[in-house]
Design a protein around this ligand. Structure first.
Ligand code: HEC
Ligand code: HEC
Length: 241
């Protein structure tokens, strides 16, 4: 399975490099244009809002591919579409070069939200127990996410993410496979759910649709939490006291 996927990704990588010979973007020109994007994606591409994707450190090839898809409507995103429509090929290349040259910010250690009932808990001992249980739940999610990333799920035939997105979540520039490490949890959950439900379907050969379709909601959550802290060394989950 993995071998097959690797062959697929390598042949795709080769075909993509052969067909797309993109002009190098101009980082400085891109920086100036990125002012229009800063409100949602941050001045350096590290989006301040967790449902908006970070663009900093993303591969230029993938950014250009997505901007074209957002412009021609093959990727449906009402908030982004009008912005993408105003971009020509040169602006896309410049913007992509700028964001690719920036560094992805590291996310803080995640905290699972408390249930509404628990938020009002005034008994300190009881609250400490609730927090401990939340911590264990997060640790389990991260372990499950790491396992899925590396090994996939043999039983349900979910492919290992590592085959295309790399050991460190670094993606693959020639093949336009996106960087995933350090992405916001909320955005990864949203976009994986969109792939699962077929709302996002601009991926080559339906690669991500086929994978996400087989993932459970819990697996999507687990792997998204894992991606968000994948760059932490060592993988940190414990809140400092
Ligand atoms: C009003 C807020 C807003 C503004 C302004 C905005 N974006 Fe976005 N952008 C979004 C949202 C929301 C998404 C995620 C869409 C989805 O859920 O599929 C997105 C997605 C993207 C993606 C796809 C990223 C990925 O990881 O797949 C790219 C590339 C992008 N935006 C580039 C830009 C550029 C370049 C500009 C400025 C010209 C810009 N955006 C301005 C809200 C915005
Ligand atoms: C066969 C190769 C392949 C495998 C295996 C794979 N992916 Fe992907 N993934 C892709 C490609 C290609 C895209 C870009 C889709 C596009 O062009 O819109 C993508 C996109 C994504 C995105 C969207 C990134 C963004 O910025 O919007 C997420 C999240 C993602 N993959 C997560 C995963 C996870 C989690 C797994 C493992 C369960 C996985 N992928 C396995 C090829 C793969």
């Amino acid at each position: 399975m993995i071998k097959k996927l690797l062959t697929l990704s390598i042949s795709l990588a080769l075909s993509t490099t052969a067909t797309i010979v993109q002009a190098e973007g101009d980082v400085n020109a891109g920086k100036q244009q990125a002012v229009a994007c800063a409100g949602c994606h941050g001045a350096d591409g590290n989006s301040p809002i967790a449902t908006f994707p970070k663009l900093a450190g993303q591969h230029a090839s993938y950014l250009i591919k997505e901007l074209n898809a957002l412009k021609n409507g093959s990727r449906n995103a009402p908030m982004m579409a009008p912005l993408a429509m105003g971009l020509d090929e040169k602006s896309m290349a410049d913007l992509a070069a700028f964001y690719a040259s920036q560094t992805t910010s590291s996310n803080p250690i995640p905290i699972l939200p408390l249930n509404e009932d628990d938020e009002d808990e005034e008994d300190e001992a009881a609250l400490a127990l609730i927090k401990k249980a939340q911590q264990e739940k997060l640790d389990n999610l991260l372990a499950k996410g790491a396992d899925l990333y590396r090994n996939g799920n043999l039983k349900t035939k979910v492919s290992a993410c590592i085959a295309c997105h790399g050991i460190k979540g670094e993606g693959n520039q020639p093949a336009s496979f996106p960087v995933l490490k350090g992405q916001h949890t909320d955005y990864s959950i949203k976009t994986l759910t969109d792939f699962k439900e077929g709302k996002r379907h601009n991926d080559p050969e339906n690669m991500m649709n086929m994978i996400a379709k087989k993932m459970t909601t819990e697996e999507i959550e687990a792997v998204s939490y894992y991606l968000s802290v994948m760059d932490h060394k060592p993988l940190t989950t414990k809140q400092s006291k």
